[in-house]
Design a protein around this ligand. Structure first.
Ligand code: NAP
Length: 266
């Protein structure tokens, strides 16, 4: 497993984290992923998987990086503090490594949300703060009201099929040392299929490149995401076998030529 720095924090995070939205795999796939050194687990109060994550990391809390989220409907000052307390309790821990704002929500002044985040960091309940689904202006505004600390990450949809962030957001985040946590990095599993259902040219190119690299198409797709300097990916799988496969997307590199061919095909 390769590691990257989380923003300017000095904290090393694995290139492959473990997603838990719609997760129904029990503790075993998460434990198997952690054994492969995929030690960042992404959850959210809105996923109802925090209890399970708490179970999976019992006894190994210090070895794991927990990334959870406060929901967009809970962004009032008091609600953020309450949500954080509830997450800590479900996760059976006394700190959250990375606390993310799940979605921006104009109904709540971001100034108040960030004031609550500042208090959580001041009091040691949260180590680092990130956002999710924020555009550049939303990141800038949130950062303006979070003056004592840095927003270290933005979790956004990114995969070979969905590349909107490449226009502005990805360059902005690279320039400002904001780590991208790429969600839905397998395009909900579409990039793993080799069964002939996907006959289009781009999937053939992905399959060919995976074969050249001695990897699966899903592994090549995740490796492509992580070939961007400040990006890590957080695929989700309910199965031990597929979780281990996804972890095998790190520890090697596609060549420049292979990355170029993927960029051209998709
Ligand atoms: N911040 C946000 O708003 C947001 C939004 C969406 C997602 N996320 C985060 O990102 C994580 C991942 O995104 P996602 O769940 O939407 O999509 P994804 O990881 O791109 O794809 C998950 C799908 O791919 C299948 N899959 C996974 N590994 C596979 C493999 N090696 N071979 C074949 N199929 C495989 C899974 O099935 P099995 O489970 O049966 O293996 C599942 O159906 C989420 O769990 C969540 O933590 C965040």
């Amino acid at each position: 497993m390769n590691f990257k720095k989380l923003s300017n924090t000095g904290l090393e995070i694995p290139e492959i984290g473990l997603g838990t939205w719609n997760y129904k795999g029990g503790v075993e796939p998460l434990k198997a992923g952690i054994e492969q050194r995929a030690t960042l687990i992404d959850t959210a109060e809105g996923y109802y998987t925090e209890d399970l994550v708490g179970e999976a990391i019992k006894g190994i809390r210090e070895d794991v990086i927990i990334a959870t989220k406060v929901s967009g409907r809970n962004l009032a000052y008091d609600s953020v503090l309450r949500s954080c307390e509830q997450s800590l309790s479900k996760l059976q821990t006394d700190y959250i490594d990375l606390y993310q704002i799940h979605w921006p929500n104009d109904s709540y002044p971001i100034k108040e949300t960030m004031r609550a985040m500042q208090k959580l960091v001041d009091e040691g309940m949260v180590y680092y703060v990130g956002v999710s689904n924020f555009d550049i202006d939303e990141v800038k505004e949130a950062q303006m009201y979070f003056s004592n600390y840095k927003i270290v990450s933005n979790q956004v949809r990114y995969n070979l099929n969905d590349r909107e962030i490449e226009d502005d957001l990805l360059p902005y985040c690279i320039e400002n040392e904001i780590t991208i946590l790429a969600y839905t990095p397998l395009a909900s599993g579409k990039l793993c299929k080799t069964d002939g259902l996907l006959k289009s040219k781009k999937y053939k190119v992905l399959s060919e490149i995976a074969e050249e690299a001695g990897k699966t198409p899903g592994q090549a797709a995740l490796n492509w995401c992580n070939s961007h300097e400040n990006v890590i990916s957080i695929p989700k799988s309910n199965s031990v076998e597929r979780t281990i496969e996804n972890c095998g997307a790190s520890g090697w590199f596609l060549t420049k030529d292979q990355i170029q061919r993927l960029n051209e095909a998709f």
